[in-house]
Design a protein around this ligand. Structure first.
Ligand SMILES: [Zn+2]
Length: 434
């Protein structure tokens, strides 16, 4: 065991205790929740940083957001600068009946800690703290720390960095708000798909018309919409809209179709959408999902030809394609389809660009070596379907910096789920270090 490994082993009990203290605070920054605990968590984190030897701690207050902790730990003159990011707020607990343990009483079961935010993202914040303690407050690089308190609720910090690049200037940034594809398998997330929404609607009649008296001739808005939506995918379930970037995934591709079926809880042999590897489809291909429709519900439906129908469409975009460009491609497609000669109204909504990391720099090299040493296995590279707006903002502010996305939010329902985002499901953080 190396010196560093021995120091880490020695520090683990205290770090776990600190993680439990932090995770016991319901630091929910959502509207409608008491924000007192967010400030309590802020105070605790500032105290933990001070205890780890960080002296230059500042507080960044942006409008309508929880305070952001910024800090600097100077390294040797001329040393590179590494920015460490995490967030100290959490999702609400959701349906308490879905929890086996109280969400804000971190509880150890079979080598894992259960509790809201134990994984996302307090484990990663504590991992940064652990690194500071291991280095005794004297890192070989200059460290900049950015711990925010309103990541889960949407924060003005997402768009702040490009206007204040000097605050975030660094050679590499460690965005610790991700996890390993399975416990024990160190994982970099090297690509994030962008996303965009748009609304498509059609009006064919001023009001509903009786289906017996008018059906068969009167144009049905719902049928028109269904025909239009059906053109978004081909016979294999692949996205069929021209102009959407679609490449083969070049990182490791650790999920096969059977594993993916297990992940989403369907039976063996169930057909899946699309062609190519699962990674091609999940991480470097487009996806279009109809996430909502305004149509009459079956209960209480009258026997009438529908005059109006509307759908909300979510588009996941190749990491390197502009989300606005992808949105325009889908809008052009839907405007051109005109089922039965009838036009649709297509309206744009939000867009968020994706991100693709350059993985050939010295920071990646160092991180690979560290993860290989810590976990005893070769790190892999995956993509993620979820956009992280702050990453785009930081990359725009400091385009030359290496961006490393990894962390302790291990995720893989097929092989032991460790972190489940969203309401009603427990987070858990695995204690084992291998
Ligand atoms: Zn998070």
């Amino acid at each position: 065991m190396s010196d560093v490994e021995a120091v880490v082993e020695g520090l683990m009990p205290e770090l776990v205790a600190d993680l439990k203290r932090l995770a016991a605070i319901p630091s929910i920054a959502f509207d409608g929740f008491d924000h007192g605990p967010v400030h309590e968590a802020y105070d605790l984190v500032v105290g933990l940083l001070r205890g780890a030897g960080v002296e230059q701690i500042e507080r960044l207050d942006l409008p309508d957001t929880s305070p952001i902790i910024t800090a600097t730990v100077p390294g040797p003159p001329g040393a590179p600068t590494v920015l460490l990011y995490a967030h100290y707020d959490v999702q609400p607990a959701g349906d308490l009946a879905a929890w086996r343990t109280d969400p804000f009483t971190p509880t150890e079961i079979d080598g894992a800690i259960y509790g809201r935010g134990v994984a996302d993202d307090k484990s990663n914040l504590i991992a940064h703290l652990g690194a500071l303690r291991v280095l005794g407050g004297r890192p070989p690089v200059t460290l900049k720390i950015v711990f925010e308190g309103q990541e889960e609720w949407g924060s003005p910090l997402d768009t702040y960095p490009p206007d204040h690049p000097e605050l975030f200037a660094c050679d590499a940034m460690v965005i610790a708000d991700m996890g390993n594809i399975e416990p024990g398998r160190p994982t970099f997330t090297t690509a994030l798909r962008g996303d965009t929404e748009l609304t498509v609607s059609v009006r064919t009649l001023p009001e509903p018309k009786h289906s017996g008296e008018y059906g068969g001739v009167a144009p049905d808005a719902l049928i028109v919409l269904i025909h239009a939506l059906a053109t978004l995918h081909d016979a294999h379930g692949s996205v069929a809209v021209p102009g959407l970037q679609d490449d083969e995934w070049t990182g490791t591709a650790p999920i096969d179709e059977d594993e993916f079926r297990t992940m989403i809880g369907v039976e063996a042999g169930t057909p899946l959408f699309g062609t190519g590897t699962v990674a091609d489809r999940l991480w470097s291909g487009p996806a279009i999902t109809v996430v909502g429709m305004d149509v009459p519900p079956t209960a209480g439906a009258v026997l009438a030809v529908n005059p109006y129908a509307r759908a909300l469409i979510n588009v996941r975009v190749h990491p390197r394609q502009s989300a606005a460009e992808a949105q325009a491609a889908v809008m052009d497609h839907l405007r051109a389809v005109t089922p039965f000669g009838l036009s649709l109204t297509v309206e744009p909504s939000d867009t968020g660009d994706g991100f693709e990391a350059t993985t050939s720099g010295v920071a990646y090299e160092a991180a690979r070596a560290a993860l290989r040493c810590a976990w005893g296995s070769e790190p892999i590279e995956i993509g993620s379907g979820g956009a992280i707006p702050l990453v785009s903002g930081l990359h725009a502010a400091v385009p030359g910096a290496e961006v490393l996305l990894f962390g302790a939010e291990d995720m893989h329902p097929a092989r032991g789920c460790v972190c489940v985002l969203g309401s009603g499901r427990p987070d858990r953080h695995r204690l084992s270090s291998r």
